[in-house]
Write a protein that binds this ligand. Structure first.
Ligand SMILES: Cc1cc2nc3c(=O)[nH]c(=O)nc-3n(C[C@H](O)[C@H](O)[C@H](O)COP(=O)(O)OP(=O)(O)OC[C@H]3O[C@@H](n4cnc5c(N)ncnc54)[C@H](O)[C@@H]3O)c2cc1C
Ligand SMILES: *[C@@H]1O[C@H](CO)[C@@H](O)[C@H](O)[C@H]1NC(C)=O
Ligand SMILES: *[C@@H]1O[C@H](CO)[C@@H](O)[C@H](O)[C@H]1NC(C)=O
Length: 490
């Protein structure tokens, strides 16, 4: 086909989280018009640790962001798993992690506080292409275009809508409601998210290395403890001699989980004194007690979150498409949630770059290519996250049994084989020069962009790309007949 007459789509992105921001950066590079609508009006520096694995780092290198990332990150190698004895002492159970990751996979995983990555990505989005304090409520398709309505009664129109708005995605709820009406929604997708844990996270200020000598070193000290009852906790030494900590309480029954979640959803900042009290006398594997860490943690960075998990099978409908937590909410134990949201953004941008025109037919074909390239990989990481959670935080008897089997019966070489296998999927941006694979392991082949390949050939012949990009007005008059109801599935 002829790329010279193609019209570039206008892409609306609901949610400026990690996935939405990376998609914006990629569309900027692709020359595709986009706008990000983010509900939050201020960005809070929540103190949650994040590990970014080797499978997404090639993209950071392609975008010239790897050095910026490495400036605030420390390399991650392994997690030491302990169990709490009845006398309050810790017993080391295992060291979990991939050996020689950099040699095999070409990159070493990196650890930092989540908002550091957030700020890096946000700094690459021109302010005129993101609006904060915009909560998307409703989606309407009309005349081959898609409209979104926000809580401040503004409305915007585009060709494609991306729901990058996290685990309670308004876009997912809107399109699922439509699909349910049309009897197109699989039953499992209509069910609620399931939570297994309450989790609280925070990050200390700079600590005294005389008290915490383990913080001196060139990589992240990561330690996890399985408590005597339904409690588990972990600590990571990150850059600037700081410690990120996380506390988890596992629910015993589904009913308990539902009761806990009834009051609220998503992230809550605040000091949560009851949960703090429950943990403060427990030992911190990096030294002292957890209470010592709480004292060194600015209250505003502490937040409480329910750890839910669900793999959705429906990722797109008409002109809307989902990415990240909106379509696969993973447990954090394997450090895969953000990586997969970012990989979604990469593949979706690749597919939009190759979009033939903005007809519904072409849009659906592009969404299908995205889904076909991503679903299986995301599902595998979803399952790995479930297993990692059982091994590193699970405390009921079935989890303990799984852990015993994994740690005692699976030979270390088999464990390393599993780690190595997960690093073979390293998708890159197909419309930018690829970075060569420098590892000794293997990687899956990249899916090339037909348009980029054609453009490269045309450049080589001395031709010039002529994009017929329609300058569209994004903001539209707000129609009087729309009523603003918060989206609900049932
Ligand atoms: C405790 C914890 C630790 C974690 N650790 C790791 C880790 O080490 N490694 C890793 O890879 N992953 C980790 N994760 C997972 C990771 O944080 C998420 O998977 C990732 O942030 C998902 O990105 P996202 O862009 O899909 O969603 P989010 O980052 O949740 O972004 C969604 C955005 O959409 C906005 N939004 C929501 N609704 C609307 C609306 N109606 N209109 C407009 N905007 C809206 C929200 O304000 C938010 O900014 C962890 C998660 C938790 C809870
Ligand atoms: C960014 O916003 C400006 C102003 O609204 C717009 O003209 C431009 O096309 C946008 N850039 C992209 C890549 O969408
Ligand atoms: C234990 O927790 C896991 C989730 O980690 C859950 O799948 C399992 O059903 C639970 N087992 C029991 C006996 O409650």
């Amino acid at each position: 086909m002829d790329f010279e007459v193609r019209r570039s789509p206008v892409v609306l992105i609901s949610g400026g989280g990690l996935g939405g921001l990376l998609l914006g950066i990629l569309l900027e590079r692709a020359g595709i018009q986009y706008h990000i609508f983010e509900r939050a009006s201020i960005i809070k520096p929540l103190g949650s640790v994040m590990v970014l694995g080797s499978t997404i780092l090639p993209v950071f290198e392609q975008l010239g962001l790897l050095e910026d990332l490495e400036r605030f990150a420390v390399p991650f190698k392994s997690t030491t798993l302990h169990s709490e004895k009845t006398d309050g002492k810790l017993k080391q159970l295992a060291i979990l992690g991939m050996k020689n990751e950099k040699d095999i996979a070409g990159y070493q995983s990196q650890t930092f506080v989540r908002h550091q990555l957030y700020n890096l990505l946000l700094s690459r989005i021109p302010p005129e292409n993101i609006t904060l304090g915009k909560k998307v409520l409703k989606v309407v398709e009309r005349d081959d275009r898609i409209m979104i309505y926000c809580s401040d009664k503004s409305a915007y129109v585009g060709d494609i809508l991306v729901g990058a708005d996290g685990s309670y995605s308004a876009i997912r709820q809107c399109i699922y409601r439509e699909m349910a009406k049309e009897k197109l929604l699989p039953k499992a997708d209509a069910e609620d998210l399931v939570a297994g844990y309450t989790c609280m996270v925070g990050a200390t200020t700079r600590l005294d290395v005389e008290k915490y000598p383990k913080l001196i070193g060139d990589h992240c000290q990561s330690e996890a403890v399985l408590g005597c009852e339904s409690r588990s906790w972990s600590c990571w030494g990150i850059s600037d001699h700081r410690i990120c900590w996380s506390l988890k309480v596992q629910y015993k029954t589904l009913e308990e989980a539902k009761r806990q979640m009834f009051m609220s959803s998503s992230w809550h900042s605040g000091s949560h004194p009851a949960m703090i009290k429950e943990f403060e006398n427990l030992p911190c594997p990096l030294g002292g007690t957890l209470g010592d860490l709480f004292e060194m943690t600015p209250k505003g960075t502490i937040s409480k979150v329910y750890l839910e998990h669900k793999m959705y099978t429906t990722w797109y409908y008409k002109r809307s498409v989902l990415l990240g937590d909106a379509c696969h909410k993973m447990l954090p134990a394997a450090g895969q949630g953000a990586v997969n949201a970012l990989q979604d953004a990469v593949i979706l941008a690749n597919c939009l770059y190759d979009l033939e025109d903005v007809s519904q037919e072409s849009v659906t074909a592009a969404f299908k290519r995205y889904y076909d390239q991503r679903y299986t990989h995301a599902k595998t990481q979803f399952e790995n996250s479930e297993l990692a959670a059982k091994i590193t935080t699970g405390l009921n008897w079935t989890d303990r049994w799984t852990r015993t089997l994994y740690l005692n019966l699976l030979p270390p070489s088999a464990q390393q084989g599993i780690f190595a296998k997960t690093t073979t999927y390293q998708p890159q941006v197909a419309f930018l020069p690829l970075v060569p694979f420098r590892g000794t392991g293997t990687v899956l082949p990249q899916v090339p962009s037909t348009r980029y390949t054609a453009e490269q050939e045309s450049y080589e012949r001395g031709g010039k790309e002529k994009m017929n990009r329609r300058a569209s007005k994004l903001e539209i008059e707000y129609p009087a007949d729309i009523c603003f109801l918060p989206p609900r599935l049932q």
